[in-house]
Design a protein around this ligand. Structure first.
Ligand SMILES: Cc1ncc(COP(=O)(O)O)c(C=O)c1O
Length: 397
């Protein structure tokens, strides 16, 4: 089948929830993707911060193949070998020592919201169950997570939303402090607002937030779905803020492309979940756990996370260089390999032009180009992407 035929079938059979670029991907390896017409692309999207080790990483593929031959699925009615092994490795590398496994970022946040409400309600005869999240945040597309998401565009048409959510401005502790009441059980926040335009926390913001949550006896939930697993230069982003949150959610890069999610909590908070409180048929499934274990072992052993900081600085420096030549760039910001380039125009036009030249980039809001390449991207890859963008910007100007 050719591209046109694929797209016409897709338009007929698949619900139109995505505004897709007209390309059909069939194969990937490392930093590269190939489409149905054999065209090659340099991938700075990585499935939106998912394939951190690059496409079809041989060790992850091998781990999944070996697991698929032994056991693909078994219920959480039983203990599961592959789940236990990954849970041990993950919690050894996280300050929070208990984990619940699920299948996506939204589901990880659903778990966090339920856990925070259960913990709050249990300790207050059902009084403490409100959550404060941030304006311009993004937490997923389920009913609870679009409610938690502080952007109306994701909520339109889906009312009534869930009760018990309030929205505070990011980076503003004073306003947040004024919104906390005796009903508040938790604050939910991304370490860096990614979908919201790659917005970084002000220095000291998270230390202040931790202090505020402690003083007011409320839980601090960090949504590390996009920033976690090494992307910002440490396995978890909280490590760079000098704080320990009460609950962490993670997903995207966990299985290098295999769909997985997790909600982590400390012993005391996790104890609010009792048998029957929460569940997921596929959560912690052996096949996914094998992929997650292989991914984490490689991330931890090959210096990828440490190098990611240098590569991120290099990518930002190259983008700042472009900014000196191209007036359409307003600002370059980011941490590690989560980099945003804010433009004075729509990002979609630039993305489409870059794609024609064989470079994939994403957006974060209407005007920000988002670079979330595999963490294995080399300086040469960054140079190639910069050269393509230079051409694209020239063409656009
Ligand atoms: C910070 C954050 N939380 C949650 C989600 C939702 O994850 P998923 O699409 O896996 O449900 C995303 C997805 O982009 C995200 O960036």
């Amino acid at each position: 089948m050719n591209e046109k035929e694929y797209i016409s079938i897709a338009d007929k059979c698949i619900m139109g929830t995505y505004r897709r670029y007209p390309v059909v991907f069939t194969r990937g390896r490392g930093m590269k993707l190939w489409d149905s017409e054999g065209r090659e692309y340099l991938d700075f999207v990585a499935g939106i911060a998912v394939c951190s080790l690059g496409h079809a990483h041989p060790a992850v593929t091998r781990a999944m193949q070996e697991q698929a031959e032994r056991l693909v699925h078994v219920s959480n009615l039983y203990y599961i070998e592959a789940q236990i092994e990954y849970a041990r490795l993950l919690t050894e590398n996280c300050a929070l020592k208990k984990v619940f496994f699920c299948n996506s970022g939204a589901e990880a946040n659903e778990g966090a919201i339920k856990l925070a409400r259960k913990f709050g309600n249990d300790s207050s005869s059902g009084m403490r169950n409100e959550i404060i999240s941030m304006i311009a945040s993004f937490h997923g597309r389920t009913m609870a997570t679009i409610t938690a998401t502080g952007q109306e565009k994701f909520q339109q048409g889906f009312h009534p939303l869930l009760p018990g959510f309030k929205y505070a401005p990011f980076n503003d502790l004073e306003t947040l402090a004024g919104m906390i009441t005796e009903r508040t059980c938790a604050v939910l926040v991304e370490p860096i607002q990614a979908e919201g335009g790659i917005r970084l926390p002000a220095p000291g913001y998270f230390a202040g937030l931790r202090k505020l949550c402690d003083e007011r006896n409320i839980l601090l939930i960090l949504d590390e779905v996009q920033v976690g697993m090494g992307r910002t230069g440490s396995l978890f982003a909280y490590e760079q803020e000098g704080i320990i949150p009460d609950i962490i959610t993670m997903a995207k890069a966990m299985g290098n492309g295999f769909p997985l999610g997790a909600t982590l909590a400390g012993e005391k908070v996790a104890a609010a979940f009792e048998p029957g409180s929460h569940a997921s048929t596929f959560g912690g499934n052996p096949l996914g756990m094998a992929a997650a274990r292989a991914t984490l072992e490689i991330l931890l052993s090959e210096g990828i996370i440490q190098e990611c900081r240098n590569k991120g600085s290099y990518l930002m420096a190259r983008m700042q260089e472009l900014q000196t030549r191209h007036k359409l760039i307003k600002e370059v910001r980011g941490r590690g390999l989560l980099v945003g380039v804010e433009l004075n125009r729509e990002a979609a036009v630039i993305i489409a032009r870059a794609m024609k030249r064989g470079l994939l980039i994403a957006s974060a809001g209407p005007n920000v180009l988002r670079f979330v390449p595999p963490l294995i991207a080399t300086k040469q890859d960054i140079d190639q992407a910069t050269a393509i963008l230079d051409e694209v910007f020239k063409e656009e100007e």
